[in-house]
Ligand binder design. Structure first.
Ligand code: ADP
Length: 500
């Protein structure tokens, strides 16, 4: 049913304004003494049949008491009265009437009653009441503005959502809710639609009275009068802040899940590569040796066989190491060791590989570093070996400098010796956006399938865990194409204070 006809707004009302009004007189007992034709037609009875019968009999049983009381009071006071009640029509339907009763000037008390049928007005009022209740109790915000956009009505949900009372916003423009977060083009597009007489749907990022931001999904529609002129705008708005928050959480969770899946796939590909390459080497060489034991290339086959086995073993140890370090607290062994020796031993492991690539490796122990400290030299050596190994792997020229100095950021009051180690190369460098993630397991700066350098992306993750266990931290600075420097700090015990 269209809005206007639902509210009876098209009816000029009262219904009886276009009909002759119902008129009769009753005596002090309420019996009809005179009845006009319109009333007789309304009741569907000849005038004579109605005379002497009781007016109250035609009144709805629920309204009868009030009517009787009103008539008794008029009898006592002689005052006219108005009342609204339901009157039975000839077809049995009750119609709402407004009844004006005036005492007639005659010897015996009698009253003249004139009724107007106001059923449609009454129904419209009832419906408007329901509409008003629905708006007041609505779980979504309702705002009605005039054609200039000034607020005329807001419902309680609006006041609950925004923190503004009705009095604070009536007469104001809804722009009081603006947070500056909704782009101005959004408002322009909205007004273009509304002033053109079309409805608009969209979202606002608004501000509450207390300054808090919230998201609203809104539908705004123009309201037109009988001539089609826009007189008001009607907006229904729902607070979708929570939905937005959940959607963002879901998107973030999805992004993480996808990243984890990607990392897992890369890891599996990489694992497969790291395992298959040496395995193929081992199997291939073993086959050649078995097939032709006296082959002149026998020594080469044996060398490749042992290198492949070593590579496989190294990879397996790395994986096991990471797994055990990830499980819980890392147990470090404490024993006195020579810092310079540790540096030299770690570089020594790569001397041949560096020489083969034409790289120079230099080590330097800065002044102030105690020659002997107490700590886990094997684990320290492992971290250094990883960094030096990477420097060799990712460089094709230049010098690799391995240094240690006293950590300037380490608290001087502490009884421990804080040291700062660095491994600098002139290799391929690392893009800025990868500088952090390379310390995560299975992350590599270059994830392209045509990756030139081997490696499962595990070494730095192990190094980070070891450095943290040694009370330090690890980080890198780099310029892609110009080389990298890896730094790490670690705490050791001075030889004198050590409990050996
Ligand atoms: P792997 O070297 O086995 O891949 P790492 O965890 O040791 O694993 O290193 C992770 C990644 O960090 C490497 O794959 C590489 O992309 C980058 N990286 C590490 N050291 C260097 C370096 N010295 N120069 C350039 N890139 C490096």
């Amino acid at each position: 049913m269209p809005f206007r006809s639902y509210f009876g707004l098209s009816v000029g009302s009262p219904d009886s304004a276009i009909l002759p009004s119902l008129c009769w007189t009753v005596d002090s007992a309420g019996a009809y003494t005179v009845v006009n034709e319109a009333a007789a037609a309304f009741f569907g009875q000849p005038v004579e049949a109605l005379l002497g019968t009781s007016w109250l009999e035609w009144v709805h049983p629920s309204d009868r008491g009030a009517c009787r009381d009103a008539l008794s009071k008029a009898l006592e006071t002689g005052e006219p009265f108005h009342c609204e009640y339901r009157l039975r029509r000839r077809d049995g339907e009750y119609r709402w009437v407004i009844n004006t009763t005036t005492p007639a000037s005659s010897a015996t008390p009698s009253f003249t009653m004139t009724c107007f049928d106001v059923t449609s007005l009454h129904e419209a009022a009832e419906r408007l009441k329901i509409f008003a209740l629905a708006a007041e109790q609505s779980p979504i915000s309702i705002v009605i503005t005039n054609a200039h956009g000034d607020i005329e009505y807001v419902n309680p949900k609006f006041t609950a959502t925004t923190g503004y009372s009705r009095d604070e916003v009536v007469g104001k423009n809804p722009r009081i809710l603006k947070s500056g977060e909704t782009p101005p083009e959004g408002y322009l597009a909205m007004w273009a639609e509304l002033t053109a007489g079309r409805e608009w749907r969209g979202e606002f990022h608004n501000k509450r009275k207390d300054g808090g931001l919230f998201w609203e999904s809104a539908v705004i529609a123009p309201v037109r009068d009988n001539e089609g002129k826009i007189t008001h705008y009607f907006a229904v708005k729902e607070d979708i802040t929570e939905n937005k928050r959940l959607a963002a959480m879901v998107a973030e969770a999805q992004r993480r899940a996808q990243a984890a899946q990607r990392a897992k796939n890369e890891f599996l590909n990489n694992m497969s590569h790291e395992l298959r390459t040496p395995m193929n080497g081992i199997l291939g060489m073993a086959y050649l040796l078995r097939e032709s034991p006296n082959d002149p290339e026998r020594d080469t086959y044996l060398r490749v066989l042992s290198e492949s086995t070593e590579a496989l073993l190294a990879f397996m140890s790395q994986l096991l190491d990471l797994a055990s370090l990830s499980e819980g607290a890392t147990v470090l062994h404490a024993a006195p060791f020579d810092v310079a020796h540790c540096l030299h031993d770690a570089t020594g492991l790569f001397a041949a590989a560096a020489a083969e690539k034409g790289l120079t490796i230099k080590t330097r122990v800065e002044a102030g570093v105690p020659p002997i400290v107490v700590g886990d030299s094997l684990r320290l050596g492992q971290v250094l070996a990883n960094l030096i190994g990477n420097a060799v792997k990712f460089s094709s020229k230049g010098t690799i400098s391995v240094k240690v100095m006293l950590d300037p950021s380490s608290a001087s009051s502490s009884s421990a010796v804080g040291m700062l180690f660095s491994v600098q190369d002139e290799g391929i460098g690392i893009p800025a956006d990868k500088l952090d993630i390379i310390f995560e397991p299975f992350e590599r700066a270059d994830t392209s399938s045509s990756r030139k350098f081997g490696g499962a992306g595990v070494g730095l993750a192990i190094a980070r865990r070891l450095v943290e266990a040694m009370g330090g931290r690890i980080w890198a600075v780099s310029r892609a194409g110009h080389g990298s420097t890896f730094f790490f700090t670690a705490q050791f015990q001075p030889l004198s204070g050590a409990r050996i």
